[in-house]
Design a protein around this ligand. Structure first.
Ligand code: AMP
Ligand code: MG
Length: 504
């Protein structure tokens, strides 16, 4: 099928000043190709916040030019569409070559002033689900509406939670059916990140013994995204150390918001320490440290409590890949050693903030351990527990009721609350101040599976209002939003039947 003729009309999206810095790498790193057009594209959802980042006017969202561009039907001027090659370890096993099997990088556009997190001040735009590429293997190059909506909403929700992540500009639906277990509606999601280079991008060249390409990639990443590391005595060791540090901090943030990625393969690990490649992710409802959110993960390799050590395992895989550039094994080890202390420090800081504690005391580990035991034994709703705990008043036992109601074993809660109160008194904690501080870090709204499911089911019937509604709620996860109280409730019974798997 040919791309619809949009004639000589100039669309606002045409003025996006595209470049493609990745395309300047040697040809072995990617394949240039166009997205495959789709029939009847229509807008499912779009993020105003994401659009603003790249100076795109949100009033364009429903324009034909916007929809055709992000359906992949119209190649934007200046973009150099391509699919990148990478490899990776999947579920702990070397999987060999993977690559962008259904993603197409359009190029990069200006995105505000350079910052430490984004020294280029540019963002890459990538279509996901835009057709076959040389790396599609057994896949069809497509994505279904269900998983595209989940990725779209979760990217924007994570950003609003302050967790490093790729962003999502929009989802465009199409009438083209996509075959999974049953025929489903197809869709294309547009993602944004400074780069989509992964741990697996390095593993790719390393496992092929192609040190020249490995070095080209490492230099590209350092020069563009970690320019400060250029001054280090061994920039490649410094790169490994900095990526390890960011990864450890990222996973501490996941743990404390109850986020489970579901598929922490090395090809899904961002070289920038961003959350990327949203698939069968989940947010913890009833707490269970062993919870496996991905129905396809039979061994529980990516269960909640496994994430910290898998993050470290993945950093080791990156270290192995970078070793030819780093030189000495001891140097690689030294770089990787930061993982544990950084993770522990970040976790401690985040848990202190979640509990409204300002100081660090020697017995705090016992307090948080006891809290996790309480959550585990009573399968307490993770999000509600912390949010309601903020309402606790030091001298008013009745103020415990909302949080206490979540816990079956009331005496166990009372015992823990007593030690918590003692701890609060010790640092002269002030109820109102602490409540405000806790509400600024303990979200009221997270993308629970059942909320996404409701939006998806409506969207499958061409009603996209709930996608938009959820996006607006999740963009302000720490606000009270009394009109949206139902979105902060415990999940309904049917939610426990929901299964998300690698099928997407
Ligand atoms: P994931 O674990 O979902 O990130 O995907 C692993 C690999 O499979 C990546 O290289 C993807 O590009 C590829 N892949 C997943 N789904 C498809 C699909 N429907 N068509 C082509 N490639 C796919
Ligand atoms: Mg992936």
């Amino acid at each position: 099928m040919n791309a619809p003729d949009t004639g000589s009309i100039r669309h606002a999206t045409d003025s996006l000043p595209f470049e493609n810095s990745f395309a300047a790498l040697p040809g072995d790193f990617y394949t240039r190709l166009r997205p495959t057009p789709v029939p009847a594209p229509h807008l499912v959802g779009a993020s105003t916040a994401a659009a603003r980042m790249i100076n795109l006017d949100p009033s364009e969202f429903h324009s034909r030019g916007f929809v055709e561009a992000f359906a992949g039907n119209r190649v934007l001027p200046g973009s150099i569409p391509l699919a990148a090659v990478y490899s990776g370890h999947q579920f702990g096993v070397w999987a060999g070559q993977l690559g962008d099997g259904r993603a197409i990088l359009l190029g990069d556009v200006p995105a505000g002033n350079p910052t430490e997190d984004n020294p280029t001040g540019r963002l890459e735009l990538q279509l996901k689900g835009s057709g076959l590429t040389p790396y599609s293997r057994m896949g069809d190059g497509r994505a279904v509406l269900r998983s595209s909506i989940r990725e779209f909403l979760c990217s924007e929700a994570m950003a609003a939670l302050g967790i490093p992540t790729s962003r999502a500009l929009c989802v465009v639906g199409t009438d083209m059916p996509v075959m999974r277990e049953t025929p489903e509606t197809g869709a294309i999601a547009t993602r944004m990140a400074p780069t989509f280079v992964r741990f697996g991008s390095f593993e790719h060249w390393s496992y092929k013994d192609r040190k020249t390409e490995l070095k080209i990639l490492a230099d590209y990443v350092i020069d563009n995204f970690y320019p400060a590391l250029r001054e280090a005595p061994n920039p490649y060791k410094a790169l490994l150390q900095e990526v390890t540090r960011r990864t450890a901090e990222l996973i501490a943030q996941w743990q404390t918001v109850g986020f489970m990625h579901g598929v922490m393969n090395t090809d899904n690990m961002s070289i920038l320490g961003l959350t990327i490649d949203y698939g069968p992710f989940g947010f913890m409802d009833a707490f269970d440290a062993g919870h496996i959110c991905n129905h396809s993960d039979h061994q529980g390799r990516y269960a909640y409590h496994m994430q910290p050590r898998i993050g470290q395992w993945n950093c080791f895989a990156l270290g192995q890949a970078l070793l030819p550039l780093i030189g000495e094994v001891d140097d690689a080890h030294a770089a990787l050693e930061v993982y544990k202390p950084v993770y522990e420090q970040k976790l401690e800081a985040l848990l202190h903030a979640k509990l409204g504690l300002k100081s660090v005391q020697p017995d705090d580990g016992a307090l948080t351990d006891a809290m996790f035991s309480l959550l585990q034994e009573n399968h307490v709703d993770f999000t509600l527990f912390f949010r309601r705990l903020g309402d606790l008043k030091i001298d008013d036992p009745a103020s415990d009721e909302p949080v206490r109601d979540l816990i079956i074993d009331r005496p166990a809660f009372d015992a823990w609350a007593e030690s918590y109160r003692r701890r609060l008194k010790q640092e002269n904690s002030v109820d109102a101040e602490r409540r405000a501080a806790m509400n600024a870090v303990n979200p009221k709204f997270v993308l629970r599976n059942h909320l996404a499911q409701t939006a998806i089911e409506k969207a499958q019937n061409k009603d996209f209002s709930e996608v938009d509604n959820l996006l607006r709620i999740l963009e302000k996860p720490f606000d009270e939003q009394p009109e949206n109280e139902a979105y902060a409730d415990l999940p309904p019974h049917w939610a426990s039947q929901l299964e998300v798997s690698c099928s997407s």
